[in-house]
Design a binder for this molecule. Structure first.
Ligand code: HEC
Length: 158
C-alpha cells in the first residue's frame, strides 16, 4: 500500500515536470532547447528572413548580384529538412511554390530584369505570409483540437 502511494507520488512528480517543460517551451521563453524541431525551424526561418532582406536591398539598389545570391540562398534553403516541417499537402504546396519563385527570382536577376525580379519578389513574400497564416490558423488549430485543448481562433489572439 505504502509502495503504491510512493509510486503515485513519483508518477505525479514526473507528470508535473513534463507539463512544466511543455509549458516553458510553448511559452517561447525557454530558448535553451537548440535541438528541438520547432527551434531549428525558427533559426532557419530567421536565416530566410535575412536572405530575403538581402534580395530587397538588391532590388532597391539595382544590385543584381545581391538579388542573385539572396535568391539562390532562398532556393537552397527551401530544400532543407527544417522547411519540410509538416507532412501536409497544403503546406507542401506553399513550400514548393516558394522554392519555384526563389528559382525564378534567381533567373530574373541573372537576366538583369529588375521589373520581373521585383514582381516575383512580391509574389514570394505573399507566399511567406500565406504559409504562415496557414500554419497558424489551420495546422496549429488542428493540433490544439487533437490535443483535446481549447481551440483558439485567430481573432482571439488579436
Ligand atoms: C512553406 C511554409 C513557409 C514559408 C513559405 C515561409 N515560412 Fe517562415 N515559418 C514557417 C514555419 C512552419 C515557421 C515556424 C512557425 C511555428 O512553429 O510557430 C516559420 C517561422 C518563421 C519566422 C519566425 C521564426 C521565429 O523566430 O520564431 C520567421 C521570421 C519566418 N518564418 C520568416 C519567413 C520569411 C521571411 C519567409 C519568406 C521569405 C518565410 N518565412 C516563408 C513556414 C514557412
Amino acid at each position: 500500500m505504502r509502495n503504491r502511494r510512493l509510486g503515485t507520488s513519483l508518477l505525479l512528480a514526473a507528470l508535473v515536470a513534463v507539463v512544466t517543460v511543455l509549458v516553458a517551451t510553448r511559452g517561447g521563453e525557454a530558448d535553451d532547447t537548440p535541438n528541438a524541431d520547432p527551434k531549428k525551424t525558427a533559426a532557419f526561418m530567421r536565416a530566410k528572413l535575412a536572405s530575403s532582406q538581402k534580395v530587397l536591398e538588391g532590388l532597391v539598389s539595382k544590385d543584381f548580384d545581391l538579388i542573385a545570391s539572396g535568391s539562390k540562398e532562398l532556393e537552397q534553403m527551401s530544400d532543407a529538412a527544417a522547411f519540410q516541417r509538416f507532412p501536409d499537402p497544403v503546406y507542401r504546396h506553399y513550400s514548393r511554390e516558394f522554392r519555384r519563385l526563389a528559382g525564378k527570382l534567381n533567373r530574373l536577376a541573372v537576366d538583369r530584369n529588375l521589373e520581373g525580379a521585383s514582381f516575383t519578389y512580391m509574389h514570394a513574400t505573399t507566399t511567406c505570409i500565406s504559409c504562415h497564416e496557414y500554419v497558424r490558423d489551420v495546422i496549429k488549430v488542428a493540433d490544439a483540437a487533437a490535443d483535446g485543448g481549447e481551440i483558439e481562433t485567430a481573432s482571439d489572439r488579436r
